[in-house]
Ligand binder design. Sequence first.
Ligand code: C2E
Ligand code: MG
Ligand code: MG
Length: 733
Amino acid sequence: MSLPSLEQTKAKILVVDDQPENLHLLSDALNSEGYDVKGVVSGEMALVVATSAIPDLILLDIVMPGLNGYEVCARLRANAITQNIPIIFLSANNDAVNRIKALNAGGADYIDKPFQIDEVLLRIKNQLKLQAAQREILQFNHELERRIQERTAQLESANQELQREIIERRQVTRLLQESEEKLESILNSLEEVVWSADVATSNLLFLNPAAQKVYGRSVAELLNNPDLRLESIHPEDRDRVELSLASSLNHSNDLEYRIVQPSGEIRWVWERSRLIYDEQGIVKRRDGIICDITERKQIEEELSYEAKHDSLTNLPNRAKFLERIEQALTRSFKDQHYLFAVLFIDLDRFKIVNDSLGHLVGDKLLIKVAQILTSCCRNNDFVARLGGDEFTILLNEIQTVEDGIQIADRIQKQLESPFYLEGHTVFTSASIGIVIGNHQYQDSSAILRDADIAMYNAKSHGKARHEVFDQEMYDETRELLEIENDLRKAVLQNEFVLHYQPIVSLETNTLYGFEALLRWNHPTKGLIYPDKFIHVAEETGLIIAIGEWVLKEACHQLSAWQSQYSGAVELKISVNIASQQIKDRNFLATLDRILTNTGLSANALHIEITESTLMDYNPETISLFNQIRDRGIKFNIDDFGTGYSSLQYLNRFPISILKIDRSFIQGMLDEKENFEIVKTIITLARILKIDVIAEGVENLKQFRVLQTFNCKLGQGYLFSKPMDHQSAALLID
Ligand code: C2E
Ligand code: MG
Ligand code: MG
């Protein structure tokens, strides 16, 4: 801070003196010193010039006419513009009183008259210097003050900022505390375990109280022992968990595993954890959450058990069994020496037991069979119930097919003994299909299918036996499937015809009637006989539609003949009816409708049923039979002697005719036993007032013998083979 010196610039000096010579002297001296000098001769003038020109210094004479020096000084001091201008008094009264007066009046200095000009100049110089210094000090003071003020302001604002910060910090701390409290209360009330661990040491950094329930250990115990967490994992799951954690360094990790509590109790848990990184991307720790999923697991297990087990026998079901075959297959792919067998077991006539003795007995029987099957197997074999009366067994690690056969034998032997169920004695047997499983099979269902085919074969070869699957069987089954498909088309396209075989009176050698026999006119295979397709029709239910057609066609034919030929009026028509047809609710209505539509008298119609149809009886069937009988329709028992040959039903049902099976007739002459059977049946029938038709009479010898037995009716090639309706018509005429 420096101010320009008044000496250097031209300082303005006002000289006030009433004596002109003084004024000149001073003015000249000052001018020559370089000052800018104004001179006035009165106090009044001095006031005017001082306020307008504002000199830097005034040399003021004290004694003057008008306003004296003191008064001028006082006025100048009273004026704001001039108050600071330094004044040097000039006076002739150089005593101390005057000097003091002069200084009191506001003078800066005092020079005695007569003056030495040099002194005046020096005093002026000093005074100007002083003034400059004063100004400088003043300005310095101003600057200082400004700076102090500025600094104070700065400090004040900094202080305010600090205060604000302190307040803010307090608030943040409070909020932080609140949120920490909240977090803690949440963590404490959580059912889930929340943990945080050091990755390097596995030391737990945090664990919430929920851990106690899951681990069965105190939180402190777990926090103190870093290994305890891993040690608590079920030994079977431990490696998996460790491996998973080790391999999940870069992402979050989801796991399900078991925790074994010190009491031995096992809890299933689900855990999700993830690594936490700092700003530099360095792993800080691993945080995780653990949920107890024991209940969910239990439900899942129950559901999966239920989904894979049969609730009646408690055996695994089809789904589980297929799973097991799949496992066996996988093993056989790896080990070509490994052989296994699948047994397909189907109870024979189970439906009869169920229908006649009730479901309760049926269920008990299934439970018993399940027990027997299990007892016949080794520990590593696998028994399942597919449904209904179908069971399967997977025989593990067998050497040859003989092993499978042996087990099948054992099962069949065990099933021979009767069961005592709910007060009933129940006999059962099983048909068993055996298939050897090996690596050539692609999937489990193919194995099961082949075992089923073998079982089906065992059934069709007479039941209560077993068959081992082979290629031929497969081909037969394929053929059967083909027949089934073709048969469906045949029904739609009406590919059937009836042939008629005469039934002859052995007493009069006249025509008694015809048996209507079904033929299938296959579009590519030609005429197919019923033994090739009737069983398929029965198994598929197609027999209902086919049977209805046969009945309608046969009735229509005889009715037509009757209206055409007088010789046909007394003739009867026998129609074979399968047991499914009898069981069909609409059977009676169908029968009535056909008779009405064809106009055939009920008396002319004979219904041929086999013994097995009657074995299935119940009160409703008896009533149905009676209703049919009441219409005048007759019942023939077909193939008599081959089935149950039970005499009971002959009383119970309204039977008109027994047809002795042709096997007895054909063996009659060679085997004494058959001879006796035929004779006995005829005698018996006579007692029961039932007529007899001998089936399959092929030669005269048989014919004669039957005549000697007084057998009333006969049917067979001897008289005629079955023939089409045109040929049959010729016989009538
Ligand atoms: P079935 O009712 O016992 O019919 C008699 C069968 O014996 C007929 O065979 C007939 O051709 C044959 N036969 C007759 N006389 C002789 C003989 O002297 N020697 C020999 N070896 N055989 C003789 P077909 O026509 O092949 O019928 C076979 C079986 O098919 C029938 O046996 C019957 O059970 C069934 N069937 C035929 N047509 C129908 C039908 O429309 N409905 C139903 N459900 N079954 C039918
Ligand atoms: Mg018949
Ligand atoms: Mg027959």
